[in-house]
Design a protein. Structure first.
Lengths: 320, 107
């Protein structure tokens, strides 16, 4: 079993009072709460902080945790021999036999301590109270292609269950889902009944999936519309041209009208991402960018010179 | 037993849920949902609570509200304020993402 330093996670001394622990938790929770925080690893940190608080705010769990001793975070350890009898929940003999607890999470073990005292222990006897399973939220990183074609993904989820021995155990289950047509960046999806298992015959929780679009090297996505920056030469912009451009649905011929400006958006209808509940697609936008060659040949220089002489165009007329 | 992939429901404007379904999905009580409607956090269609239909977006919003309430021990009026501000931030971020998609890449 790997050691976690809950005091260090909350940034408090081992002798900290309950009030200090609560204060430290509130401060960190505000900083890392995934619903409000923009910190890079907010979700991870918030979970860690929540776990530490869950244990340290409960005098019994804290006492049990303190008995384990102090190790380096991540260091392998084994609880003292009589720990199970002292903290494991009396009549059921607690968690006997720590030899094979190798992959058990420390938090699960401490959470199981509460469970053995309360509901789960009774449930094992068949008189448990019903508890609905936990809802689970996961983030799924999808590509534009996934959203376009509706890829199947397998989502492995692990839950802590109280096994027949009354000991917490990690169970991994894989749920296969297909990203439905119409999903896009930031979309929330729900799969009923695929969250954590219910206790004592309670219904299972739901699985919530947050779609996060992986950045594409060319395309940018807004809702169901797709944008692409299309570089054109000054003469293509001035004289008009037909150029071939990629879209998520394959290449299209794009007609650039004569006299186009930089930043101008040309729309190609229906070449964006699929919209929900219809056969329609969002639109594709080519955003023109006028690019001048950085190195000019003598001939090109001469032609630009000739153009400068011949043209009366003044783009700064409104300054005068 | 081989099982085909599940097709999750899109929690968007198209899908609607009733009051009890929203309460169940968010972990809020029916009374709390009713109070949040009074505060204007949720805006259901339909006249009386029995007829109320909530857009499925409310599930996302309500779940977030329930988490914030539990994690910061907020009362419902404070929660209503936080929810309104978070929704505004969401709208601003969506607008920012839309504009960023249209902007030319920086050189």
């Amino acid at each position: 079993m790997k050691y976690k330093d809950y005091y260090k996670i909350l940034g408090v001394e081992r002798s900290a009072s309950e009030a200090d622990i609560k204060k430290a938790y509130r401060k960190l929770a505000r900083k890392y709460h995934p619903d409000v925080s923009k910190e890079k690893d907010a979700e991870e940190r918030f979970k860690e902080v929540g776990e530490a608080y869950e244990v340290l705010k409960d005098p019994e769990k804290r006492a049990a945790y303190d008995q384990i001793g102090s190790y380096q975070p991540g260091q392998d350890f084994r609880p003292p021999p009589d720990w199970g009898e002292r903290f494991g929940g009396g009549a059921r003999g607690g968690f006997a036999g720590f030899e094979d607890l190798g992959d058990v999470d420390l938090f699960d073990l401490l959470a199981g301590l509460g469970a053995a005292r309360g509901g789960f222990g009774r449930r094992a006897g068949g008189h448990g109270m019903q508890m609905p399973g936990q809802d689970v939220e996961v983030t799924l990183y999808a590509s534009i292609d996934d959203l376009l074609r509706g890829t199947e993904v397998e989502i492995p989820l692990s839950f802590t269950e109280i096994g027949p021995e009354g000991r917490p155990q990690r169970v991994t289950r894989t749920t296969k889902v297909r990203i439905p047509k119409g999903a896009t960046d930031g979309q929330r999806l729900r799969v009923p009944g695929k969250g954590g298992p219910g206790m004592g015959g309670g219904p299972p929780g739901d699985l919530y999936i947050n779609i996060s679009l992986r950045p594409h090297e060319l395309f940018r996505v807004s809702g169901h519309d797709v944008y692409l920056e299309v570089p054109v030469t000054p003469w293509e912009a001035a004289l008009g041209a037909t150029v071939e451009v990629p879209t998520p649905q394959g290449k299209v011929s794009l007609k650039i009208p004569a006299g186009s400006r930089a930043g101008q958006k040309l729309r190609v209808r229906g070449k964006g991402l699929p919209r929900p509940r219809s056969d329609e697609h969002g639109d594709f936008y080519a955003v023109l960018q006028i690019v001048t060659p950085s190195v000019l040949s003598e001939r090109e220089k001469a032609l630009y010179g000739e153009l400068a002489q011949a043209s009366t165009f003044n783009p700064r007329a409104h300054f005068e | 037993m081989a099982m085909g992939p599940l097709i999750p429901a899109l929690l968007g404007e198209q899908l609607e849920v009733a009051l009890d379904e929203l309460a169940r999905a968010t972990g809020l009580t029916v009374e709390e949902v009713v109070e949040l409607v009074e505060y204007g956090v949720f805006e259901p269609a339909g006249g009386t609570p029995v007829q109320w239909r909530f857009s499925a977006r409310c599930i996302t919003l309500g779940r977030r509200a329930a988490r914030l309430r539990a994690d910061f021990e907020l009362d419902l009026s404070g929660l209503a304020l936080v929810a309104a501000l978070l929704e505004r931030i969401d709208d601003l971020e969506a607008e920012m993402a839309r504009l960023r998609a249209q902007l030319l890449a920086e050189r």
